[in-house]
Design a protein around this ligand. Sequence first.
Ligand SMILES: N[C@@H](CCC(=O)N[C@@H](CS)C(=O)NCC(=O)O)C(=O)O
Length: 199
Amino acid sequence: MKLFYAPTSPYARKVRMLALEKGLDAGIETVPVDVSRPTPALLAANPLGKVPALLLDNGEALFDSPLICRYLDSLTTPALIPPAGWYQWEVLRWEALADGMTDAAYNLAMEQRSRPESERSPAAMQRWADEITRTLQYMEPRMDTPGDGLTLAHLALGAAIGYLDFRLPPLLQDAGCPRLTDWYRQFRERPAMQATRPG
Ligand SMILES: N[C@@H](CCC(=O)N[C@@H](CS)C(=O)NCC(=O)O)C(=O)O
């Protein structure tokens, strides 16, 4: 298998962590891509030109990160997506929440980094910042619900908070979420988090 990724992509980080945690990394060749200049190989795998994209040995490709995580999780045990039942919905909801917050963070970071100030939309930037703060504050009193064992929820959250910490640290600090921050400080010490640090 070949995984197209960008070293700073939080979505690709979630997939790379899942592969590491499940011991699948040795069977996956990682191909770094500059998404501002997508290569023909990436576009052949994913016409959207986004990472992550996973090219399977049978020539089929899978995208986006939730789908790739489901596929990789199905390959080996222990499963990081729990079996059918409410806890599975809980874990998948955390993934959706974390990925959705990452969408806002990615948009905001790109607006700040890639556009000249005169072309930026202050209204859109404020909306994304508000989405992030609201989501962090929604997560804070619910930090028990992902549970103690490792699941896809934890990986998605680690990648999402890691991206905020990397690109937008004031938003994380100003949200006033001590439980979430403490959780992240511990979680970021995991070898899979360390091995996939952006930058
Ligand atoms: N929902 C997608 C989002 C993927 C995504 O937006 N990746 C960014 C990198 S962090 C990208 O490839 N951007 C390039 C572009 O939008 O053209 C996923 O979960 O995989």
